[in-house]
Design a protein around this ligand. Structure first.
Ligand code: NI
Length: 229
C-alpha cells in the first residue's frame, strides 16, 4: 500500500528546510551510506549527518510527523530512522533500482531500525526539476511518484524502487524508514481501515454511543494483540 500525506510540512517549515539545504550546506557523496547492491546503483548527494543543519532538519521533520494523526495511524511507528536529506542534480542525479537494507543503523539516537516502511518527503517544487520520479515497482505494475513540496509518500520497505535521473534543476528530499509496532502489512492495513472508519463515525454520531465505545475498544484490543513495543 502506498500512502500519500499532503502538506506534512507547513509553508514556513518548507522555507526553513530549503534555506538549510542550499548550496552552502555540507553535501557529501550519497554512496557513503549505501550497502551491498545498492551502492552500485546510487549516485546522489546527501547532507552530512553530523552537521548542525542536519540536526535542525531532523527535528523539524520529526515534529511534523508527530503532529500528523494519519501518519501515526498508518505507520504505528515503533522506531523512526533519523531523517536524512538528499539532492539529485547535475552529474549526481539518480538512484537505480534497488531494495533497501532490511535493518539499518540510525545514528540519532543510535539504534537498529527494521525498515518496514520507506518514506520520502518531497522538498522541491515538482516544476523546479525534470525527472527525479520515485518509481515503486510492484507486482501489479510500477507507480511513479513526484509530489508537491511538503508532501510525504509512505511505501513498503520491501519493494524494488528507484529515482529516475534528474535532467534539469535539483530534487531535494528527506528520506527515512519506520519500524512499525505492527510488523504485518495486512494487520497494519486492517487497523488503519478501522481507525479511519472510526474517525468518520465519531464525527457523525454520539461519541458515547455504546457501539462506538465497543468498536473503539475492539480496535485497541486488536492493536494490543498485534503490537510489539
Ligand atoms: Ni531506497
Amino acid at each position: 500500500m502506498l500512502l500519500h500525506l499532503k502538506s506534512l510540512l507547513r509553508p514556513d517549515e518548507l522555507t526553513t528546510a530549503r534555506s538549510l539545504l542550499g548550496d552552502d550546506a555540507p553535501w557529501v557523496d550519497g554512496r557513503g551510506s549505501a550497502g551491498g547492491q545498492a551502492v552500485h546503483e546510487k549516485n546522489n548527494e546527501q547532507l552530512a549527518q553530523d552537521s548542525p543543519q542536519a540536526a535542525r532538519l531532523r527535528e523539524l521533520v520529526l515534529a511534523a510527523l508527530q503532529r500528523d494523526p494519519v501518519f501515526f495511524a498508518a505507520a504505528l511507528p515503533r522506531r523512526i530512522f533519523n531523517p536524512m536529506f538528499n539532492r539529485y542534480r547535475g552529474g549526481s542525479n539518480h538512484y537505480g533500482a534497488h531494495i533497501d537494507g532490511a535493518v539499518l543503523q540510525s545514528r540519532q539516537p543510535a539504534q537498529w531500525v527494521r525498515t518496514d516502511l520507506s518514506c520520502t518527503l518531497f522538498l522541491a517544487n515538482p516544476g523546479d526539476y525534470d525527472g527525479g520520479e520515485l518509481v515503486i515497482h510492484e507486482p501489479q505494475g510500477a507507480q511513479r511518484v513526484k509530489l508537491p513540496a511538503g508532501d510525504l509518500v509512505v511505501y513498503p520497505g520491501s519493494t524494488l524502487h528507484e529515482v529516475t535521473p534528474v535532467t534539469r534543476g535539483a530534487r531535494i528530499a528527506s528520506f527515512f524508514w519506520v519500524e512499525s509496532m505492527v510488523r504485518s502489512p495486512e494487520q497494519r492495513r486492517l487497523l488503519l481501515e478501522m481507525d479511519m472508519a472510526l474517525v468518520k463515525l465519531r464525527a457523525r454520531t454520539d461519541a458515547n454511543a455504546p457501539e462506538l465505545v465497543q468498536l473503539t475498544g475492539t480496535y485497541h484490543n486488536l492493536l494490543r494483540m498485534w503490537a510489539d513495543t
